[in-house]
Design a protein around this ligand. Sequence first.
Ligand SMILES: Nc1ncnc2c1ncn2[C@@H]1O[C@H](COP(=O)(O)OP(=O)(O)OP(=O)(O)O)[C@@H](O)[C@H]1O
Ligand SMILES: O=P(O)(O)OC[C@H]1O[C@H](OP(=O)(O)OP(=O)(O)O)[C@H](O)[C@@H]1O
Length: 213
Amino acid sequence: MNEGPLSIAVPKGRILKALAPLFSRAGLDVGPLVADDRRLVRDDAAGRLRYVFLKPDDVPTYVEYGAVDLGIAGRDTLLEKKADLYTPLDLGIGRCRLAVAGPRGKRAPDVPRVATKYPRVTAEFFAKKGIQAEVIPVSGSVELAPLVGLSDLIVDVVETGKTLEENDLEVIETVAEVSTMLIANRAAYKLRAAEIRPLCEAIGKAVAESAPA
Ligand SMILES: Nc1ncnc2c1ncn2[C@@H]1O[C@H](COP(=O)(O)OP(=O)(O)OP(=O)(O)O)[C@@H](O)[C@H]1O
Ligand SMILES: O=P(O)(O)OC[C@H]1O[C@H](OP(=O)(O)OP(=O)(O)O)[C@H](O)[C@@H]1O
């Protein structure tokens, strides 16, 4: 872990699109990040930074185990995975919230069935409220569950609210505010501090510059 380029796990998909301009403003070589090919491991031209491409949900696992030094993950994923990590920087991208939602104008039963990609967060949220919910794990298109009677409620990510709106659902309660975080393996954060600190500073500056006044 302490030799070769510093590695960073980046999620494929929507976050990558917002990440590349941010990293570019931080002075990083984003050529390998935006290259349209199928390689899962890509080094920058200087051989200092190694991008590793993963599914968003797997990023905390690779970083916690030290297979990769740093990573990019949503607060939602971090809450669900509960990995033992450092979270040195909020990148201010991928802003959305985790929310409980249900069919517009319809009251949920006292013991609701709740479909979600976030079973742990959901179970904890309802338990804290003293509600005995039945959590039903699903892996996508969560908004479908109440439409076809799989569940009474859902817990999912809401950004514009368009997906809920178009499926006759409404937000009932916010569970957590979400944005994308830079995460670090605990050992790497100490052992490679000389490389990680200046990188965090450069990215932190780019984040501050892009924050709304
Ligand atoms: N609508 C959204 N707006 C802003 N951020 C979002 C939104 N949906 C998800 N996110 C954030 O992006 C992260 C990755 O989203 P998601 O798991 O949906 O991946 P994806 O980009 O759709 O790729 P895939 O589902 O194909 O793996 C989430 O963990 C969350 O932090
Ligand atoms: O409030 P909105 O702006 O409509 O965004 C919220 C939607 O975005 C995500 O879905 P995504 O498109 O990633 O599909 P998925 O269900 O496969 O994750 C999320 O799961 C919601 O469905």
